[in-house]
Ligand binder design. Structure first.
Ligand code: NAD
Length: 296
């Protein structure tokens, strides 16, 4: 597997992002940024880079930016061949904290610039409902070249409407929960209507959709694994994905999704597994208000 085989998606600012990346939530399990945890993150992300992943998705709240930075530094891969995304912690929404924590993110990642920085959650019930000033501060980070693209995560249609109307700046991506049990049509449609790329988080439903009998049938027909079929479904829906795994064989499997194509019937069958709101595995962004202990 070489990086040439991973297609790119062109964002609304003309940047090109690898459509398949590597997710680092719970790499390793536990979010304490201890030296042991950082070393484990560095080992796992280092393996992902060795196998061919060139796009890494991390976040301030994952507690693992230092380990990601160590892996990147040790890899020797030229910076311009990598795409690195991080996300603003829920405790850092005030504009001064946006700027301060962005500096910390770059320092932890040992990078001069970040490819993409996202507001992790809109938190509409916190900060007096003001995610607009957070968004404005995020967009200003691009001015000195240390941030290439800016976006959001878990933004519902109304949240997208509000920030674009208030600032005139359209996010490059919206990273939202999407998998075969939760198509999240309303958020996907609103995202695309604004010309924003869809990033699908928990593309494998954190493993829950892997045992589905319908997926298993398609996988058996195609001589592929369930994970490959689901990831392929995402790719054909033009989602940007970054499945997480701690295991070499699974990482290799997740990279090997570009040599086959699902038929329109197979796509429609998988589309039909959607369970609407019942299929959601993560929190509802309209109500989510968690702030990690260290930034309260
Ligand atoms: P995922 O959907 O990637 O599933 C991960 C699970 O699937 C793990 O248990 C893993 O062992 C298993 N798995 C992976 N590949 C497999 C394979 N080939 N065969 C069998 N099992 C396999 O879950 P995720 O980690 O929640 O989501 C991916 C990434 O999305 C995260 O790591 C993170 O970067 C991002 N994310 C973002 C948000 C957000 O709020 N923006 C929320 C959740 C996740």
């Amino acid at each position: 597997m070489t990086t040439q085989t991973i297609p790119t998606v062109t964002l609304n600012n003309e940047s090109t992002i690898p459509q398949l990346g590597f997710g680092t939530l719970n790499v390793p399990p536990g979010r304490d940024p201890t030296p042991e945890n950082s070393a484990k993150t560095a080992e796992i992300v280092g393996l992902a880079l060795e196998l061919g992943f060139r796009h890494i998705d991390t976040a301030q709240m994952y507690g693992n930016e230092r380990g990601v930075g160590e892996a990147i530094a040790a890899s020797g891969i030229p910076r311009e061949e990598l795409w690195v995304t991080s996300k603003l912690g829920n405790g850092n929404h005030r504009p001064d904290d946006v700027r301060r924590s962005f500096d910390e993110t770059l320092e932890k990642l040992q990078l001069d610039y970040l490819d993409l920085f996202l507001i992790h959650w809109p938190l509409p019930t916190l900060y007096k409902g003001d995610y607009v000033s957070t968004w404005k501060a995020m967009t200003e980070l691009r001015e000195d070249g240390r941030l290439r693209s800016v976006g959001v995560s878990n933004f519902q249609p109304a949240h997208l409407e509000q920030i674009t109307e208030a600032t005139g700046v359209v996010p490059a991506v919206n990273q939202i929960e999407v998998h075969s049990y939760f198509r999240n049509d309303a958020a996907r449609e609103a995202t695309r209507r604004h010309g924003i790329a869809v990033e699908a988080w928990s593309p494998l439903g954190q493993g829950h959709v892997l045992d589905d009998a319908t997926i298993a049938d398609i996988a058996a027909d195609r001589d592929k694994t369930a994970a490959q079929v689901i990831l392929r479904w995402h790719i054909q829906h033009d989602h940007i994905v970054f499945p997480k795994s701690m295991h070499r064989e699974r990482m290799k499997e997740n990279l090997a999704i570009f040599g086959f194509e699902l038929t329109s019937d197979e796509m429609a069958t998988i589309d039909g597994l959607d369970r609407g709101q019942e299929g959601r595995i993560g929190p509802n962004p309209d109500h989510f208000d968690w702030i990690p202990e260290q930034t309260r």
